[in-house]
Design a protein around this ligand. Sequence first.
Ligand SMILES: Cc1cc2nc3c(=O)[nH]c(=O)nc-3n(C[C@H](O)[C@H](O)[C@H](O)COP(=O)(O)OP(=O)(O)OC[C@H]3O[C@@H](n4cnc5c(N)ncnc54)[C@H](O)[C@@H]3O)c2cc1C
Length: 310
Amino acid sequence: MTFDLSALPEFRGKMMKNAALAPYTWFRVGGTADMLVLPADIEDLQTVLKALPTEVPVTVLGVGSNTIVRDGGIEGVVIRLMGKYWGDIRREGDRSLTARAGALDLSVAKAAAREGLSGLSFLSGIPGSIGGAVRTNAGCYGHELSDVVTAVDGVTRTGDLVRLSRDEIGFSYRHTDFPSDIIVTELHLRGETGGDPEILAEEIAAHQKRRAETQPIKDKTGGSTFANPDPPGTSDARSSWKLIDAAGCRGLKVGGAMVSEKHCNFLINTGDATAADIEALGELVRARVLDHSGVDLRWEIRRIGRLQAG
Ligand SMILES: Cc1cc2nc3c(=O)[nH]c(=O)nc-3n(C[C@H](O)[C@H](O)[C@H](O)COP(=O)(O)OP(=O)(O)OC[C@H]3O[C@@H](n4cnc5c(N)ncnc54)[C@H](O)[C@@H]3O)c2cc1C
């Protein structure tokens, strides 16, 4: 498939052919994108999408904290929304905060705290971008994106602007029915007014301390590998890490990939893992859990791209 974006004089962002994607993911593995595009702003994003023939696949990457890019890389165009413009967060009205898709969840939590808006501190526990968070209905400590999102703005594959209300997103546990051809550009979030900025900042610090104590956040990882089989609130809910531990997988290795000793629902790249090692390890864990407890774990981490270079 051939496409040429070089003849777009109005484009102001960056484009890189055969760009390595490993540096753009937390696991630090994976192949190249045929073309990596970093649009400067929303008009730039629209320009690219309008110019690209519709048969060219487009993949959007946040900060890659929930994604394994496979070793064969990604066909077509990979879009990443990064830089000052895409990280913008602003107060809008009494209870609302608007964040562009590239803003880090932690930055959104901190901005809400500064504004005295409560109910958004949980975001500080999720190390991704807010665009990735809404797409996956990310959550922690009993809260998830669906609790705080009021609307999402985006751009379609053909470059048109759209707005989806909360109810059109189809939120469920760590999942949405979000149309796969829409790139999120901006989120509208709601908090509760009257929060004390100092107390909210303390809440954020406490979340971060708890994270560092219980998760391998300094390792090359992708967060919880498998969704818990039972959604939160279910009585006698089973957790993936307990099933993995009971199946004897803590510390299990395939090549350079290892099940974290600290939290066994996390896989880590110990240094020289390939994406294939990490995925094979995940499948080995799934097989052992199925054999031990009869539970068929569902991948929470996104695995994208070609298995081998074509
Ligand atoms: C140490 C660690 C701890 C974690 N803890 C949690 C946790 O407690 N709770 C939790 O829910 N997750 C957790 N995660 C997983 C991850 O942080 C979240 O899923 C996060 O929301 C992913 O955001 P991202 O920007 O990294 O998305 P990516 O991994 O880059 O992408 C995830 C998905 O979102 C899509 N996407 C990204 N940006 C956009 C956009 N602008 N428009 C449309 N689609 C987009 C991608 O195409 C992909 O399908 C953790 C991860 C790590 C590494």
